[in-house]
Ligand binder design. Structure first.
Ligand SMILES: Cc1cc2nc3c(=O)[nH]c(=O)nc-3n(C[C@H](O)[C@H](O)[C@H](O)COP(=O)(O)O)c2cc1C
Length: 198
């Protein structure tokens, strides 16, 4: 059982990382192997919309998203973590979600957890956007942990938030152990039906 934590904060060892580490320690407690992938220092470029991945199953951009793709595919569950930036997720988080298009079908049945840190306001918009993406990927959603903290390390004071992050990690493993599988027969459509769609 492998659980991957993905921090989309550009701030090294900030609040998002602290909460993800706590979640991963919860996952370890349940017997999982864990890994944290954090974006600072990584070269992850935006999707260029070439659609080549639909033919090749692979993104042509050779950057640090390539090892992240491999880690995502190997994992049984992924905990996405992002701070709120301008009432939404960080740019880094959005770039990674966009690039996940190249994993078409390969995230199905993996458990998806979510940790969002806000200085003051804005947790709901990124929560909805990231959960929606998980649903489109046929992932199995676990809990959302929202915690308030502004300065680096502030979330350490939020004892209930730390506990909730720990429990999220445990829940990830327990959900994954149920080995839920969506029926493969039904595609999940990205588009509303219209004359230009197929
Ligand atoms: C560019 C920028 C925009 C931000 N926008 C918001 C916001 O809209 N709402 C909010 O509650 N906090 C906002 N924040 C505060 C961060 O969410 C907060 O500092 C958080 O703890 C950062 O998490 P980290 O330590 O993991 O980087 C913003 C911070 C930055 C740098």
């Amino acid at each position: 059982m492998k659980i991957l934590g993905l921090s989309c904060s550009p701030r090294k060892s900030g609040n998002t990382v602290i909460l993800l580490e706590e979640a991963l320690s919860g996952a370890q407690q349940e017997g999982a192997e864990t890994e944290l992938f954090s974006v600072p220092g990584k070269d992850i470029r935006p999707c260029d919309g070439c659609w080549a991945c639909h033919q090749t199953g692979k993104c042509h951009i050779e950057d640090d998203m390539q090892p992240l793709y491999a880690k995502m595919v190997e994992s049984d569950g992924i905990i996405f973590g992002t701070p709120v930036y301008y009432y939404s997720m960080t740019g880094q988080a959005k770039v990674i979600l966009d690039r996940m298009i190249a994993l078409e079908g390969r995230l199905a049945n993996k458990v998806g957890g979510l940790i969002i840190v806000a200085g003051s306001v804005g947790i709901i918009t990124p929560a909805k956007d990231i959960y929606f993406t998980m649903i489109m990927k046929k992932m199995v959603p676990a809990n959302l942990v929202g915690v308030y903290g502004f300065g680096k390390g502030d979330v350490r004071e939020m004892k209930r938030g730390i506990q909730a992050a720990h429990n999220l990690g445990r829940e990830m493993v327990q959900i994954a152990a149920k080995k839920f599988e969506y029926p493969a027969e039904f595609a999940r459509s990205f588009f509303a039906y219209g004359t230009h769609t197929h």
